[in-house]
Write a protein that binds this ligand. Structure first.
Ligand code: AMP
Ligand code: GLY
Length: 424
């Protein structure tokens, strides 16, 4: 078997997926659509096509004798690209449009969890300002306000005061800050605890977990500043014992995928459970229908088996064997353009790093070329990762590298991994 694979997406997550696929013996060639110019460092080929146009994807697959497609980001999944590829006879790894609603609609996900007793914050859904206001006044703060639908991770307000909660409602219903995504709002009970991400390969009711990871969403050190798409991550999580993943699998992931099978929308692909580790055990913050970004950049480097072979076996209904390095720690730090997440500035030089076993950059929002240099073209430009025997060493390795680079016009957090080091 020597697969030619098309990865849909353009970020550091897809760079990592592509590089990991290529590291396996069963893979001949990986194309990424549309990809980014930093990916060629790892031998990924760029496919110049619009992934939002299913006919263009099908055409590319046929012209380039692609064996199967890995759909990375949520938007094409939610738009039904997997359904369209399947209808065209092309094997595609990722959930159907119906199953991707677990990410695309918070209301769908919450209702599924309620029906099946899956631990998550209590919630209510509203489609008008007045009843939402009444609910918030009756419950008081802290309380969490979420715009239904996709709002690029920016539709959530953790309101610590009643005023803040009311203001968030006003922004959603009156200012229409999240457009159509804000036509409905989910209001949730506030959960306190440490967050972590559990990603699993899923095929129907069968589940293969990956190591736990932890993201850092606020823009600045000490978890200060606005929320972002993620500023860094690490895996595994030494502050939690093996029981946490086992409990989350038994109480959350398995019941969820069984529920989706029972309800006629079986899930195949990567299910991402965003968890809050509360005093009562892990509870769901959110589900995603894809790999996490930047969690992927620390989890996939721990994979010791052939990724493509595993996914192929899973898609064919077989029993894949995904194996993970047990004595290594991975960390990654996002290099963001100044101004991110508000109005990132374009044009800063983005350093070229790696590929290497212990240090490497996965690229995201970059323009230019590897020969002439890469420049920032959007908020998250590159995700730099380091691996070492433990987290402290990985942290030292990555910050020794980053602090020695010229990062003019870019910024990064200096404390990725701090929760693990504070609690162990
Ligand atoms: P989400 O987009 O649903 O993942 O929410 C974004 C962030 O808001 C999460 O990563 C949490 O930090 C926080 N958050 C969401 N829901 C809750 C909740 N019910 N209680 C406390 N924090 C929450
Ligand atoms: N790291 C959070 C996410 O991918 O949604």
């Amino acid at each position: 078997m020597s697969d030619r694979i098309l990865v849909i997406g353009s970020g550091a997550r897809e760079h990592t997926i592509g590089a990991t696929l290529l590291a396996g013996r069963s893979v001949d060639e990986v194309f990424c659509a549309p990809g980014n110019p930093g990916m060629v460092l790892d031998g990924i080929r760029l496919a110049d096509l619009n992934p939002a146009d299913p006919a263009a994807v099908v055409d590319f697959v046929h012209r380039n004798t692609i064996d199967w497609v890995f759909v990375g980001p949520e938007q094409p999944l939610i738009d039904g690209l997997v359904d369209q590829l399947t209808a065209a006879g092309i094997p595609a790894f990722g959930p159907t449009k119906a199953a991707a609603r677990i990410e695309g609609s918070k209301d769908f996900a919450k209702a599924l969890m309620r029906r099946h007793g899956i631990p998550t914050a209590a919630y209510a859904t509203f489609d008008n300002l007045e009843s939402a206001r009444q609910h918030v006044r009756a419950h008081g703060a802290p309380i969490v306000i979420k715009a239904d639908g996709l709002a690029a991770g920016k539709g959530v307000t953790v309101a610590l005061s009643l005023d803040q909660a009311l203001e968030a409602l006003e922004q959603i219903f009156v200012d229409r800050r999240f457009g159509q995504a804000g036509a409905r709002v989910v209001i949730e009970e506030y959960m306190s605890g440490q967050e972590c991400s559990l990603m699993c390969f899923v095929s129907g009711d069968r589940v293969w977990p990956m190591p736990l990871a932890q993201d850092h969403k606020p823009a600045h050190d000490g978890d200060k500043g606005p929320n972002t798409g993620g500023m860094g991550a690490y895996s595994p999580l030494p502050q939690f014992g093996p029981d946490l993943a086992a409990t989350a699998l038994e109480t959350i992931v398995r019941p969820t995928v069984r529920a989706m099978v029972e309800e006629g929308t079986p899930f195949t692909g990567i299910l991402y459970a965003g968890l809050m580790v509360t005093d009562q055990g892990p509870k769901v913050v959110e589900f995603n229908a894809r790999m996490g970004d930047p969690e992927t950049e620390v989890v996939l480097p721990l994979l010791t088996s052939d990724l493509a072979a595993g996914i192929r076996t899973l898609m064919d209904g077989g029993e894949p064997n995904f194996t993970w390095c047990q004595d290594r720690s991975e960390i990654c730090v996002v290099l963001a353009a100044d101004g991110y997440p508000g109005y990132p500035e374009k044009g800063a030089r983005v350093p070229l790093i790696g590929p290497g076993k212990d240090l490497q950059a996965y690229y995201a929002g970059v323009a230019g070329s590897v020969q002439d240099g890469l420049t920032a073209s959007s908020g998250r430009t590159a995700v730099v990762r380091a691996g070492a025997p433990d987290l402290r060493m990985a942290q030292e390795r990555i910050y020794t590298l980053l602090d020695g680079l010229d990062t003019t016009g870019l910024f990064y957090r200096h404390d990725i991994g701090h929760k693990a080091l504070e609690t162990t």
